[in-house]
Write a protein that binds this ligand. Sequence first.
Ligand code: NAD
Length: 268
Amino acid sequence: MKLNGKVALVTGSSGGIGQGIAIRLAEEGAKVVVNYRSNPQGAEQTLDAIQKIGGDCKMLDGFCDYDRGYAIGADLGMVDDVKKLIAESIEYFGAIDILVNNAGIEKHADFWDVTEQDFDAVMNINFKGVFFATQFFVKHQIEQGKQNGRIINISSVHEDLPFPHFTSYCASKGALKMMMRNLSVELGALGITINNVAPGAIETPINKQLLNNPAQLEPLLKNIPLGRLGQPDDVSAVVAFLASDDARYITGSTVVVDGGLLWNYQEQ
Ligand code: NAD
């Protein structure tokens, strides 16, 4: 168990990759704050899975309590909610050691049709929310005089790779790349590491349309040297490593988890 005694907050962990990460970090021994916006049932599923892992949960009247996991509703696109999420997590478990900035959305449109509303939604959740979650986390570490902490952003191969018709998404992930690189320098003296994990095409609800469209899916699969879509577990294994002491000398890096897609990508 690589994360015994640690507390992790995983944003957007009511489904998809975030749910996989929350469960994996709990399997490694961490206590986990699960975050959701509009899907409390999904958050409950994540908590149930965490509870089943057992470990050091306390028995109350014959039942394992929820002490290893806790769910908080907060919209990552709203800075006040983000502040509340960090404060409540710390209040509940006494600390956050590992912040996983996972929540994210994408909006498809030709560049000339992108609305201000969609642009703001993507940038606020994918970048502004991450920026301020990270800031509130770092402020807490400073106030507590701590000399450690792990920040892991779930960015995308599109922090580098163009993705026509998803310009605001690419801009938000590119911004995450530069935020991460900058903070690796600025936070080093505080003992805090920060890295990005950049998934390729992972089988989650964000790709619902792609998964239901063989004409789009088949050429994509041909672009992936390992010949399959990724699964949330492929991503969560890397997050668990980056959160662990084994990764203590890694900061300022992006780990690409894409089955080789990045070097073989062709738009159809
Ligand atoms: P998903 O749609 O299945 O999950 C997104 C999660 O973010 C959900 O739990 C959702 O509730 C949460 N979320 C969305 N808006 C939120 C908000 N305002 N406040 C709080 N939570 C919010 O997608 P996913 O594939 O699991 O994506 C997770 C992350 O991985 C995203 O940042 C995405 O950009 C990134 N990513 C995914 C893929 C992929 O192929 N699936 C590839 C590259 C990067």
